[in-house]
Each structure stands twice: as structure tokens, then as C-alpha cells.
Design a protein around this ligand. Structure first.
Ligand SMILES: [Zn+2]
Length: 426
């Protein structure tokens, strides 16, 4: 990359950025102490690449068991690790340990020293500060996790997925406890859903998050609410079962569809944006077509008053998403998770989107990690990917370096700050 890239990256490096999506524990004190570096770093993402490379589920379980000797576990994982090392997930981890621990990536020669340094962070009171503020220069992260949170780092989002599909009676009983009411009718259920949203807003929630693509299609048909009564019957049907048995609640698709439409109505009424998972599904094996953002198209028409923040560049549907964001004023593009799914796809998607979509529609970064260290590696890649895409446009003569730096600021800071009403940042 040439001089334009270097100049744009230098400017991007100075930005205190907004992180649109994380799964960290809201309080640093709640980080698990019963772990080690292999267990923690394989919590998600890179473990899927290891499985994809051929590591069996049973072998992965052993590799992730911190009670077993570290080098024995490294021996098992090493052949797969070397094959997966160059993916975005693999690179994010190597970049992380180079910057945070001064070690040359995660390999046979470094893993013992890395583990010792990592274990020390578990008793350090300021590891979040060191990783998220000092090293990653993140102003604030949107937090997709239950429980208390530290406002120095996070603003929460609220998940209402359990109102769309309460998997079991325990979930329903939990909702009843939170709301202080018994669910007997559909109206009770709807009231509990709205009350949950309002309580979340009071504790600082800035968006609703939907992850339904993991368990069902994103095609939500316009089912009248009255047809959702059968779902309440499904809840009623398991109440008599003994509490030592599994008590699954089997609501039908019509109930789920009607409930998501109800939730979108709440989002419109209470003016809160909706973040939707689209594209690649984390883990080993799922139905990719369930996550096609095109399935949301009818909702964009029916809810013009709802702001949709569409996740993960819809990978590999980034071209579909480009058209949807171009067609709809209420559809926004969110690059969270994308820079480590595929750095190249992220650069190319952004270069394409700058051609097709106004630059106020794009948020550049969300770490999407469940453990804090790798957020560093992710934002490192994100800053470079965005610099590359903007440098391509400078080389094409679309704008100059100064404008590229302004656009970078929009993507990393001002767009997400405005979208989620983050005061003091927009
Ligand atoms: Zn996520």
C-alpha cells in the first residue's frame, strides 16, 4: 500500500472509536478465574476454524480443558492451528499477543510464556482499561450481555428473543419473576415484553438486538397478533410437568413471526434502533440461508420508522446488503465481526459500499468478542481494512486524503454515535 494508505491509517490511529457490539462480561471483576490462555482464546471463533480444519469436537474439548497439562493440549491442536493461523480469526490472535504480551504469536515456543502472562491478567484490576482504552482506544462499546455493566466501557443492548421463542418453561418463569406477574394471556405476554424493554432502557440500553437467524429463518411473515394465542397455549401446556424434567415450550412459527412484528412496533413507538444478526453463523454447522438479509426486506418496508442496524456485513451477502442500504433510508450497515471473518471481504465490501451507499450509513467496527484480549487484534485489523478501502478510493480519484480521513471519522465514531444516541461522541 502506498502513501495515501499510510496517511489515512495515521489519521485513523488517532481516533477514539465506537465499538457497536461486544459479548464481554459487563464487569471486569466477573472475568472467569478458572481458565487458561487456550481455554479463553478458544471460547469462540478460532475454535470454529480449528474444527473446520479437521479437529474433532472431542479433541477440541480436551484442548480447552485448563485442568490438563498445557503442552499436551498444544500437541493435539498444533497441526490444525498451523493450518488455520492465517484466517482473520487466527491473525487477530497473533496480532493480539504480539501487542499485549510482546510475544511472536501463539506457537509451540511461546505458548507457555503466553499462558503465564495471561494468567496474571486475571488478577489484575485494570486489564479492561489496558486493553480497551490504552491499547485499543475504544471510547465506548455496545454490550450484548446480561447482568451489571461498567459505564466507563459499555452501553447495553437488550435482547427480546426469548419473547419470540421462549425455549422452555424456566425462561417463562424467569420472565414472570422479572416482571412480577403471571403470564396467563397473550396480553400478559405482550405487556411483559414491553415492560422488559422499558426496564432495559432505564438501565441504559441503546438498541434491541435480534439473533434469531441462529435458530430460524429471518423471514417474519405478517401474522396477526390474535393468531399468536396458540403460543400461550404451548406455555400453558407444560406448566403441570414436574420441575425435574425438561419442560420445552414449542411455539410455532406464526407465534414467533407475530412477536417479532410486535417488537418492531415497540421499537418504533419507543424510538430504539434494532440490531439484527445476518450472514455467517458462529459455530460448526448451521443453515446459512436462514440468515440472508434479503429475508428482512418486507420488514424494512413495513417499519419505515424503525432504524435497522444490519450486522456482520451480511457476509457472504454483502452485495445484497449494499442494495438494501441503498434502497432504504432506515437500513444501516454494521461491520461488526466482519474484519476477522474475512479481512479481504471487509475491504472489498467497504470499497463497494462507498460507491453505492451514502457514507452516513456505515459503522466500521464492532469487536464481537466474548473475551477481552482479542478485541485489540480485531480493532487493529479494522483500522487497516478501512484505511485500505479508503486508499483505493483516493487512488481512483473519488476524493482526496483529507476527505478520506473525514469519512473514517464518520465510520468509526460519528455514525454509530448518532445512530445509538451516544452523547458526547457525535
Ligand atoms: Zn455477536
Amino acid at each position: 500500500m502506498g502513501a495515501s494508505y499510510e496517511a489515512i491509517l495515521a489519521s485513523i490511529e488517532t481516533l477514539e472509536i465506537v465499538d457497536t457490539h461486544e459479548h464481554l462480561t459487563g464487569l471486569e471483576a466477573d472475568r472467569s478465574r478458572e481458565t487458561d490462555v487456550l481455554q479463553e482464546y478458544l471460547t469462540h471463533y478460532f475454535n470454529s476454524d480449528l474444527r473446520s480444519a479437521g479437529l474433532s469436537a472431542a479433541a477440541l474439548r480436551r484442548v480447552m480443558d485448563h485442568t490438563q497439562p498445557l503442552m499436551e493440549r498444544w500437541e493435539i491442536v498444533e497441526p490444525y492451528w498451523e493450518m488455520a493461523r492465517h484466517t482473520g480469526y487466527g491473525r487477530a490472535l497473533d496480532i493480539t499477543v504480539q501487542a499485549l504480551y510482546g510475544l511472536d504469536g501463539i506457537r509451540r515456543e511461546t505458548v507457555v510464556a503466553l499462558n503465564e502472562a495471561f494468567l496474571q491478567t486475571l488478577s489484575s484490576p485494570d486489564h479492561y482499561h489496558r486493553v480497551l482504552k490504552e491499547s485499543s482506544h475504544i471510547a465506548i462499546s455496545l454490550l450484548d450481555a446480561e447482568g451489571p455493566y461498567d459505564p466507563a466501557y459499555f452501553r447495553p443492548v437488550v435482547r427480546l428473543d426469548r419473547f419470540i421463542w421462549p425455549r422452555d418453561l424456566e425462561t417463562v418463569l424467569g420472565i414472570e419473576e422479572e416482571c412480577g406477574a403471571t403470564i396467563r394471556t397473550l396480553d400478559d405476554w405482550l405487556a411483559a415484553c414491553e415492560a422488559t424493554l422499558l426496564r432495559a432502557r432505564e438501565r441504559g440500553a441503546v438498541a434491541i438486538k435480534n439473533s434469531d437467524a441462529y435458530v430460524r429463518t429471518l423471514r417474519f411473515d405478517p401474522i396477526p397478533l390474535r393468531e399468536a394465542e396458540a403460543g400461550i397455549e404451548a406455555i400453558r401446556a407444560v406448566r403441570h410437568m414436574p420441575d425435574w424434567e425438561a419442560r420445552p415450550v414449542n411455539v410455532d412459527k406464526a407465534f414467533q413471526d407475530a412477536m417479532f412484528h410486535y417488537i418492531l412496533g415497540l421499537a418504533e413507538k419507543h424510538r430504539i434502533p434494532v440490531q439484527v444478526h445476518t450472514g455467517i453463523l458462529e459455530g460448526s454447522g448451521n443453515l446459512l440461508t436462514n440468515s440472508d438479509p434479503q429475508l428482512l426486506n418486507p420488514l424494512f418496508i413495513q417499519y419505515p420508522g424503525v432504524t435497522f442496524d444490519i450486522f456482520h456485513i451480511g457476509y457472504p451477502y454483502q452485495h445484497v446488503l449494499s442494495a438494501l442500504a441503498k434502497m432504504f433510508p432506515n437500513v444501516y450497515l454494521d461491520m461488526c465481526w466482519a474484519h476477522i471473518i474475512s479481512p479481504t471481504a471487509s475491504v472489498n465490501a467497504l470499497a463497494e459500499w462507498i460507491d453505492s451507499v451514502p457514507v452516513n450509513k456505515i459503522s466500521a467496527f464492532g469487536g464481537d468478542y466474548g473475551f477481552v484480549d482479542a478485541v485489540y487484534g480485531h480493532q487493529w485489523l479494522a483500522r487497516r481494512n478501512v484505511a485500505k478501502a479508503l486508499a483505493i478510493k483516493v487512488e481512483e480519484g473519488v476524493f482526496d486524503v483529507a476527505r478520506a480521513c473525514e469519512i473514517a471519522r464518520l465510520l468509526f465514531v460519528e455514525n454509530p454515535a448518532r445512530l445509538f444516541g451516544l452523547e458526547g461522541l457525535a
